[in-house]
Design a protein around this ligand. Sequence first.
Ligand SMILES: Cc1cc2nc3c(=O)[nH]c(=O)nc-3n(C[C@H](O)[C@H](O)[C@H](O)COP(=O)(O)O)c2cc1C
Length: 235
Amino acid sequence: MATYEHPYPSPELSAAHPFVVHAHEPVDDNTMRDRALSFHALMDGRRSVRMFDDRPVPRELIETAICTASTAPSGAHMQPWTFVAISAPNVKQQIREAAEEEERTNYLDNRMNEEWQAALAPLGTDHHKEFLEVAPWLVVLFEQRFGENDDGSKKTHYYVKESVGIAAGMFVTALHQMGLATLPHTPSPMRFLQRVLDRPETERPFVLFPVGHPLPGVQVPDLARKPLDEVAVFL
Ligand SMILES: Cc1cc2nc3c(=O)[nH]c(=O)nc-3n(C[C@H](O)[C@H](O)[C@H](O)COP(=O)(O)O)c2cc1C
């Protein structure tokens, strides 16, 4: 077992702030290998879908996925995120209408440059966002640019984008693990979500997730993922 010259927490630190022993079950290498391979196989089957079934999804499942996402690490443990979960048809309709308006400008009035359009060509996305009304849930993830102290003063949040990005990834993972599908959707610009959902000025929309069961037989682009040697360097 490694020994440390400067143990954490120091006696001064643990006198000033509460600490607990981390509950951790040791796992042997073979078990870890099995777990790692089966989790990778599970996650390799995740795909973004753009046609959802209208089959309802219990609210409890969305709540649990948000709780899982909220276990994400965050800068100084500020958890600078708000998940707004929408099943109300009238709100979904407003979001679809506003998103399609922005996307019409992107796709039909050339707000996206040629390089962007070329990158999207294999995905075949366009300004139609029907799934925003068909999916039983829309979950909009907001980043909290800063928070509020008990006395109403401004509370600084650290590494907001990094933290919210990790929480977003964990949300996607949680949904896939339970058998639901989603699509990270960024109708650009997304500021209309702040108005439609009545969120405070301190928040910015980060990504919108339609959530539900994939439409049976839905097709997805035939994409390949980069091999390990293109995404990793070991020293
Ligand atoms: C930050 C982010 C924004 C995205 N925005 C959109 C979007 O607005 N519309 C869309 O159809 N797909 C969007 N996607 C989905 C990507 O196109 C998709 O993840 C990618 O093609 C890989 O496919 P896969 O998710 O099935 O592996 C977005 C993904 C991310 C991570």
